[in-house]
Design a protein around this ligand. Structure first.
Ligand SMILES: *[C@@H]1O[C@H](CO)[C@@H](O)[C@H](O)[C@H]1NC(C)=O
Ligand SMILES: *[C@@H]1O[C@H](CO)[C@@H](O)[C@H](O)[C@H]1NC(C)=O
Ligand SMILES: *[C@@H]1O[C@H](CO)[C@@H](O)[C@H](O)[C@H]1NC(C)=O
Ligand SMILES: *[C@@H]1O[C@H](CO)[C@@H](O)[C@H](O)[C@H]1NC(C)=O
Length: 633
């Protein structure tokens, strides 16, 4: 019975029963926060021990209206969160929160156009632990108010008009731990002004040129947000014993380098440094043993050094996009006796899952530079100038054996030593690749998505170039210079579902082109020069989606074959093989122009055309715009 009652009460508590049965507090509203205090059969309707109530008043016309609605409606035992927002409280100085006779533990006054406030208004808020005056017009740290709030733990003054923090501003609030002052115009802070026990400090989006050694003694600091200021250096600015600093958010400043003290931030887990002007890491992150997330994109890094991350073995996510990197460390020296390659900067990053190097100046990338990164799942190398991709070590070819046996042996021999075995996503688009060295990706069985678009690959991607990609589901080869898919198809990509070869120079699609892609469901070959398309193209494919047979969709927009009079017959033949073509013929030559010779309709399977297709065929032949997809749907 008591179990059931408990359940009912908990349920009631999470809805608003206890607020609703209370006397009317309109236009304010009230709801019960879920509580964790133990309940032992309290009589229904009586106040529960330890209950917390949220009272919300929006768009009030005066503070008096608030007072009228709330005064005397709550007992002193009830801890109240009071939110008064978007209201006109011009008369607030004639009242005070004392009038409300409530135990306000959390007070939020937002969007109320509050400016200078008389401290007495806040008398009686000795129990308040949380005060938000965010989104008002407060011109300075409201010391008179704070003097009444000696138990304050959290203060939010974000988005006001505060321009400086003075020495005594927080002298009445020694227990303050969370202080948010983002989006003011703070340009000046003096040492000793911030309360000593601060754990989270947000002074982002201000006008700070220097931290002025104000944070030196904040040894409890765990989170520091100083983004979007004008800081050029953090040298000597971080807490003298930075043992507790876990998160540092310095995005969008003018840092040119990292301070030497970074070496002592052993607890640091997340470091956000994007949009600065950092040119080198100088070993400052070498000892960042707990670092998991490092954002360094949009900086001016040029090279990484072998020892840059030497102890950062917990790093999972490394964002280096939009820098000027030409090297990842790791020097190859060739002597007559041997070729040795020292490790890249990335080698110690045993936990790395995501490596983003987009928009840099890499001209070459060797998979040896990700050797040992067994957790790596995502590699973004897009928008570089990569002309050569190498495995590093030349695979030991045993030419007497058939290529297949050699390949199998390679997989065996290299085994887990293979770089990139765990990669699922590889972005290589927008580079300058002309060819893929044979068997580059061998062993990357986890690779599911490979983007090679916007390179200069061609005229073919060879027989062995994509060999071993047993798990590949999406391959993007668009915007390259391929004239045929025959060799690519020889690679046998058994899991391939989506293939994009749009904007290449394909001329023909025939039985050999998709033969090696048995599970293909979606192909984009638009904007090629395809004038010949044979139904046998799809004879060896069978699209299934979650094990259910589906249709292979082929997008043919902007190819001469769309003007072919035989296309209508062909679409029917393709349908027999569970494939469908899509495309609208534009600007076809009129029938009087001698048509290019085509060999499209050699198919033996040409069932009689349904009337809609006859119409489509006629229209195509006469140069009209026909949507084949439409005729088939
Ligand atoms: C730095 O602190 C000093 C006091 O130590 C103060 O006089 C000065 O105005 C502060 N400067 C800035 C830019 O905050
Ligand atoms: C790589 O980082 C850039 C920003 O530098 C971002 O836009 C892009 O989405 C990231 N790539 C991936 C695959 O997440
Ligand atoms: C490959 O990259 C290009 C260019 O960034 C992008 O437009 C395309 O959607 C990507 N392909 C896939 C399959 O994600
Ligand atoms: C065919 O399409 C093009 C562009 O979409 C358009 O300009 C043209 O008028 C269309 N022709 C016919 C016959 O509808």
């Amino acid at each position: 019975m008591s179990g059931l009652l408990y359940t009912l009460l908990s349920f009631a508590a999470s809805t608003s029963l206890h607020c609703a049965v209370r006397r009317e507090i309109s236009p304010c509203t009230c709801r019960q926060e879920d509580f964790s205090a133990p309940i032992s059969n309290p009589p229904l309707g009586s106040p529960l021990h330890g209950e917390r109530i949220e009272v919300e008043c929006e768009k009030m016309e005066s503070f008096n209206q608030v007072a009228e609605a709330l005064r005397g409606r709550f007992t002193p035992e009830q801890s109240i969160t009071l939110r008064v927002s978007h209201s006109y409280l011009k008369d607030i100085s004639r009242h005070g929160f004392k009038d409300l006779k409530m135990s306000i533990t959390r007070l939020e006054l937002n969007y109320d156009k509050l400016g200078v406030l008389n401290g007495e208004i806040f008398a009686g808020l000795g129990r308040t632990q949380y005060l938000s005056l965010a989104d008002n017009e407060v011109p300075s740290i409201p010391r008179p108010i704070l003097s009444h709030l000696s138990l304050l733990r959290t203060l939010d003054l974000s988005r006001n008009r505060i321009s400086r923090i003075e020495a005594d501003d927080f002298k009445y609030n020694p227990t303050l731990q969370y202080l948010f002052m983002a989006g003011n115009s703070i340009a000046e802070m003096v040492p000793g002004s911030l309360p000593p026990l601060i754990k989270h400090l947000h002074v982002g989006r201000n006008h700070l040129v220097s931290l002025n050694r104000t944070l030196r003694d904040l040894n409890q600091l765990e989170w520091l947000l100083i983004n979007a200021n004008e800081l050029t250096s953090l040298d000597g600015e971080l807490p003298a014993s930075g043992h507790n600093l876990k998160m540092l958010y310095v995005v969008d400043n003018k840092l040119t380098h990292l301070p030497a003290e970074f070496r002592f931030l052993h607890r640091l887990e997340s470091l956000f440094l994007q949009h600065n002007k950092i040119t080198s890491l100088d070993g400052t992150l070498q000892k960042a043993r707990r670092l998991k997330f490092l954002e360094l994109s949009y900086n001016h890094l040029q090279v990484l050094h072998e020892d840059d991350f030497i102890e950062a073995e917990m790093l999972e996510d490394l964002q280096l996009g939009h820098n000027a990197l030409t090297s990842l460390g790791g020097v190859t020296s060739v002597t007559p006796e041997e070729t040795t390659t020292s490790n890249s900067a990335l080698y110690p990053l045993k936990s790395l899952k995501c490596l983003n190097l987009t928009h840099n100046n890499l001209r070459e990338f060797s998979f040896t530079s990700i050797r040992g990164l067994r957790e790596l799942k995502m590699l973004d190398l897009s928008n570089n100038k990569i002309q050569r991709l190498t495995r590093g070590r030349a695979p030991t070819e045993r030419t007497i054996l058939s290529p297949l046996v050699v390949l199998q042996n390679l997989v065996e021999v290299d085994g887990d030593e293979m770089a990139g075995v765990g990669i699922q996503d590889m972005h290589l688009q927008h580079n300058e690749l002309r060819s893929l060295e044979g068997s580059l990706f061998l062993g990357m069985r986890q690779l599911q998505r490979l983007n090679l678009s916007h390179n200069a690959l061609g005229p073919t991607v060879g027989l062995r170039d994509l060999k071993g990609l047993d798990g590949l589901r999406k391959l993007d080869l668009s915007y390259n210079e391929l004239t045929t898919l025959e060799d690519t198809s020889e690679s046998w990509l058994q899991s391939l579902e989506e293939l994009n070869v749009a904007h290449n120079r394909l001329i023909t699609l025939s039985e050999r082109d998709f033969r090696g892609f048995p599970g293909l469901c979606w192909v984009d070959v638009s904007a090629n020069q395809i004038s010949v398309l044979k139904p046998e193209l799809v004879a060896n494919t069978r699209c299934t989606v979650h094990g259910v047979p589906d249709v292979l969709r082929i997008y043919l927009q902007d190819n001469p074959v769309l003007c072919d009079a035989g296309l209508a017959d062909l679409t029917v033949a393709l349908e027999v093989y569970h494939a469908k073509v899509y495309g609208v013929a534009n600007d076809c030559p009129t029938p009087s122009t001698p048509a290019a010779p085509t060999t499209t309709t050699e198919s033996t399977i040409v069932p009689p055309l349904p009337p809609t297709l006859l119409l489509a065929a006629a229209a195509a032949a006469s140069g009209g715009n026909v949507s084949f997809a439409a005729t088939l749907e």
